[in-house]
Write a protein that binds this ligand. Structure first.
Ligand code: SF4
Ligand code: SF4
Length: 361
């Protein structure tokens, strides 16, 4: 068996459902990525700009000896309801990827084992660098080049056998490995994700060689509830619905992610805890209780204050009068952002407002 096939087989043995090889070098849509940054669609995510932005498009900037990129995918989906199925009014929604333990350390451990195996098999001169999410690498673009899936109109990578609920990771290596080809785009005429997005954040773009659609982060619920520091713009708070952390709508409606089609994981670390948090209970968590409950999960990274800000916003959109009591307590918070969102939410509940639609509960 040739080296590339052996490495992909070993990756699958280590628990990566997807594995493929892309050539090191500029990605096909790197020019588009620069345009996306120039147009400011990344919002306040300044870590994507500047030198780190330039490095992202060509892994050789990160590792000059790199000749190939080994791309892997690990499924995190479990058999749990979708956000598009209405839940009780007094609960919020946490994005599917954040239901389990943080994936970074798990994937890094497995990729390091793969890198060790590559060095044992090909000799110590086979250089390897493990990357998961936080490294400046255009992960989705390399994964597309490695045949792990196509980039759908919802801007997610989709594999026709397992859907889009999987994490990405890479090993940059000095080995010259036979690359896999891209897989065809299978979105066709479908536009369910575009029609379902409550904020019109998925925008058609006309960029030769680039994707058909791009995400305007400044309009995305996931950006407001995860990435944005400080206040959620008042004019967008209603659109947040009851999302407490992230948003799954454009993946939930995708026909490649139906319960019949989408792969599920047995990985213990990704088993769900707390998909629909009780809002009143979430609002009452102290900093220590928050840390204990969300220890080593994506929510912990977001921080307690941002969590409370999002909980207050979700309460305001719940239409649930009983949530006025916890909101009144939050309106006395020492944190000005939490306080201000709680006051806004109280105003909405007093006016009897409720966000329509499935994510409004
Ligand atoms: S994550 Fe939510 S808000 Fe963002 S593009 Fe998808 S559906 Fe729209
Ligand atoms: S919902 Fe339809 S258009 Fe959107 S990513 Fe899925 S298949 Fe593509």
């Amino acid at each position: 068996m040739e080296a590339a096939e052996q490495i992909k087989q070993k990756a699958r043995e280590l628990g990566f459902e997807l594995a493929g090889i892309a050539p090191a070098g500029p990605t096909l849509d790197s020019l588009f990525y620069q345009r996306w940054l120039e147009d400011g669609w990344h919002g306040e995510m300044s870590y994507l700009e500047g030198r780190r932005g330039e490095i992202r498009s060509d892994v050789r900037s990160l590792m000059p000896s790199a000749r190939s990129v080994i791309c892997v995918g690990m499924v995190y989906n479990t058999r749990e309801p979708y956000s598009t199925q209405a839940g009780p009014a007094e609960t919020g929604w946490i994005s599917r990827y954040a239901w389990g333990k943080d994936y970074h350390s798990l994937m890094k451990r497995r990729l390091r084992r793969l890198a060790d195996w590559i060095r044992e098999t090909h000799g110590p001169e086979a250089r390897c660098k493990v990357c998961v999410d936080t490294s400046p690498v255009l992960e989705r673009s390399y994964a597309r080049a490695a045949g792990l899936g196509w980039i759908g109109k919802n801007c997610c990578l989709i594999d026709e056998r397992i859907g889009s609920w999987f994490f990405l990771g890479e090993i940059l290596t000095s080995l010259e490995l036979d690359p896999d080809g891209e897989v065809p785009d299978r979105c066709g005429t479908c536009r369910r994700c575009i029609d379902a997005c409550p904020t019109d954040a998925l925008v058609q773009v006309e960029e030769p060689g680039g994707p058909s659609h791009a995400l305007d982060s400044r309009l995305c619920i996931a950006y407001w509830t995860i990435e944005l520091k400080g206040s959620i713009p008042t004019e967008h708070r209603e659109d947040v619905g009851k999302h407490v952390f992230g948003c799954d709508i454009c993946q939930d409606v995708c026909p490649w992610n139906t319960p019949r089609r989408a792969a599920v994981t047995q990985e213990e670390a990704f088993q769900p805890r707390n998909a629909r948090p009780e809002l009143a209970e979430a609002a009452a968590l102290t900093a220590d209780q928050f840390k204990e409950r969300y220890d080593n999960t994506p929510l912990e990274r977001g921080g307690h204050a941002a969590f409370l800000r999002n909980v207050a916003t979700a309460m305001g959109n719940s239409g649930e009068p009983s949530l006025r009591i916890p909101l009144e307590r939050m309106a006395a918070s020492k944190n000005p952002v939490v306080r201000e969102h709680a006051i806004w939410a109280l105003g909405r509940l007093r006016a009897g407002a409720k966000r329509p639609g499935p994510d409004g509960g």
